[in-house]
Design a protein around this ligand. Structure first.
Ligand SMILES: *[C@@H]1O[C@H](CO)[C@@H](O)[C@H](O)[C@H]1NC(C)=O
Ligand SMILES: *[C@@H]1O[C@H](CO)[C@@H](O)[C@H](O)[C@H]1NC(C)=O
Length: 230
């Protein structure tokens, strides 16, 4: 009896089912059979929507990223605090020079310039931009830890954005969201890029704190003088 319910529990727990496309996703040029999870990412202001699919492998994660109706660059990547600065960015676009669709491993340092990584830690599987939208799939290792790549953990914050065109111009809108990816990788590996962002944020908040403390001090002296006069 006990063994039976144990076996039953075992059979229902794994949920490695292939994702079937919905009507709204039928335009997506890649096959979603290899993916086991999906979520929608939505930007804050203009409500641009992206489909994010993923599947876990041994030490790699496979992603599918698609934006319906977009004919410009689309990008997403793991981020520590949802700021673009310090984030890892996977960038898909049709190169205006040779008209080929490219998926690149990029990052944004504290100077807010998006550069291409010296080492492309991606295995691009597919990428396409057509009349219906822009989409790409790739694999990468979870545990990349260097100054141009962030690791991907089981609970991961992402940033995502879309451009007006394929030129490397400003984004039309961007967003950030935490996604429960699942998988077994939980320990962050802090690299220099993240440390710098974290330190800058810490300095900002301690500067705010000291303004607050000074205000309290001034108020304290004021109250003291008031009490003295009464
Ligand atoms: C799905 O996985 C199979 C087996 O690994 C692979 O041959 C195929 O290219 C994958 N398809 C997509 C769309 O990723
Ligand atoms: C775009 O979508 C339409 C309607 O679903 C479809 O007929 C057409 O083949 C699609 N175009 C491409 C390039 O996939």
């Amino acid at each position: 009896m006990l063994l039976n319910s144990f076996l039953f529990a075992l059979t229902i727990v794994p949920s490695a089912f292939a994702i079937k496309k919905t009507e709204a996703q039928s335009w997506i040029p890649f096959n979603t059979d290899n993916f086991t999870s999906h979520t929608e990412l939505i930007t804050q202001r203009h409500k641009l929507s992206f489909d994010l699919f993923w599947a876990h492998h041994e030490d790699e994660i496979e992603f599918g990223f698609a934006a319906k109706g977009r004919q410009g660059w689309i990008a997403f990547g793991p981020s520590l605090i949802g700021e673009m600065k310090g984030s890892d960015i996977i960038w898909g676009y049709t190169d205006p020079l040779d008209k080929k669709f490219k998926v690149q491993d990029r990052f944004m340092k504290l100077d807010a310039i998006i550069s291409i990584d010296k080492v492309q830690n991606l295995e691009v599987i597919s990428g396409e931009q057509n009349e219906n939208g822009t989409a790409f799939t790739f694999k990468r290792k979870y545990m990349l830890c260097n100054e141009e790549d962030l690791p991907i953990l089981s609970t991961q914050r992402f940033i995502f954005a879309a451009g007006f065109s394929n030129e490397r111009n400003l984004h039309e809108d961007r967003g950030t969201m935490e996604v429960q990816l699942g998988g077994k990788f939980n320990s962050p590996c802090i690299n220099e890029n993240i440390k710098n962002v974290a330190n800058t944020e810490e300095k900002k908040s301690s500067a705010q704190k000291s303004v607050f403390i000074n205000l309290i001090n001034v108020l304290g002296i004021f109250l003291f003088i008031l009490a003295f006069q009464i």
